[in-house]
Design a protein around this ligand. Structure first.
Ligand SMILES: NC(=O)c1ccc[n+]([C@@H]2O[C@H](COP(=O)([O-])OP(=O)(O)OC[C@H]3O[C@@H](n4cnc5c(N)ncnc54)[C@H](O)[C@@H]3O)[C@@H](O)[C@H]2O)c1
Length: 195
C-alpha cells in the first residue's frame, strides 16, 4: 500500500521519505511525495531517489483539490502524512497571508479530499486508513526555561501567525474526526534538528 506524503521535499518530510524507503521493515511500501517546492522545498533533498520505482514525486499545491483527488484515486494510499506547511516563524511575521493559505486552507482541502476518498473505501482498507497531521508544540505557546514540558492537555496559546495557523489546522483535523469520523492522528513535535 502506498503513502501520500505532503511537504516531502522539505526538511523533516524529506528525512521521513528517505528513512522510510531505506527501512527494510516498511520500505517496500511506495511513497508519493506531493510538494509545491516553495523557497523551503528542495528537490535535491530527494536526489538519491531518482529512478527509484518506489518513489513518485509530484510538484503541486495542497490547495489544489483536483490534483489531490486525482492522486488519491490513482495511488489509493493507506495513509496521508501531512508535513506541508509554511513553517518559518519569522516569515509569518513579515507576511502572514501565505501561512493562512497553506496551513489552514491547504489542510482544509486535504481533509475534504481525504474524507471523500476514505468514504469510498470498504472494509479493511477503510479501517486501516489514517490522516496524520504533523503539527508543532508552538500551538501551546512558549515555555519558561524551568517550566514543565507541555502535554497534549495544555491549552492552545499560539503566539505567532505561524503557530496560530498551525493551531487552526489542528482544530480542523480534530473537527473532521469528531464530525465525520475521519481517522486522524495529530502530532505536536518540538523543534527538529539534524537528519
Ligand atoms: N522544523 C521543525 O523543527 C518543526 C517543529 C515542529 C513542527 N514542524 C512541522 O513539521 C512540518 C514540516 O516542517 P519542516 O521544518 O520540514 O518545514 P519546511 O519548511 O522545511 O518544509 C515544508 C515543505 O512544504 C512544502 N510546501 C509549502 N507550502 C506548500 C503547499 N501549499 N503545497 C505543497 N507543499 C507545500 C515546501 O515546499 C517544503 O518542502 C510542518 O508542518 C511544520 O509545521 C516542524
Amino acid at each position: 500500500m502506498t503513502l501520500l506524503i505532503t511537504g516531502g521535499a522539505g526538511f523533516i518530510g524529506s528525512n521521513f521519505v528517505l528513512d522510510w524507503l531505506a527501512d527494510p521493515a516498511c520500505g517496500h511500501e511506495p511513497i508519493v511525495t506531493l510538494d509545491a517546492l516553495t523557497y523551503a522545498g528542495n528537490r535535491e533533498n530527494l536526489a538519491s531517489l531518482e529512478g527509484n520505482p518506489r518513489h513518485t514525486f509530484v510538484q503541486g499545491d495542497i490547495c489544489d483539490r483536483a490534483l489531490i483527488d486525482r492522486l488519491l484515486a490513482e495511488h489509493r494510499p493507506r495513509a496521508i502524512v501531512h508535513f506541508a506547511a509554511e513553517s518559518h516563524v519569522d516569515r509569518s511575521i513579515l507576511g502572514p497571508g501565505a501561512f493562512l493559505k497553506t496551513n489552514i486552507d491547504g489542510t482544509f482541502t486535504l481533509l475534504e479530499a481525504a474524507r471523500a476518498y476514505w468514504s469510498g473505501l470498504q472494509g479493511g482498507e477503510r479501517e486501516a486508513f489514517r490522516f496524520h497531521h504533523v503539527s508543532t508544540d508552538e500551538v501551546y505557546g512558549s515555555l519558561a526555561p524551568d517550566a514543565p514540558a507541555f502535554t497534549e492537555r495544555h491549552p492552545y496559546e499560539p503566539n505567532s501567525p505561524y503557530s496560530a495557523s498551525k493551531a487552526a489546522s489542528d482544530h480542523l483535523v480534530r473537527a473532521w474526526h469528531h464530525t465525520y469520523g475521519l481517522p486522524v492522528l495529530t502530532t505536536n513535535c518540538s523543534n527538529n534538528y539534524g537528519p
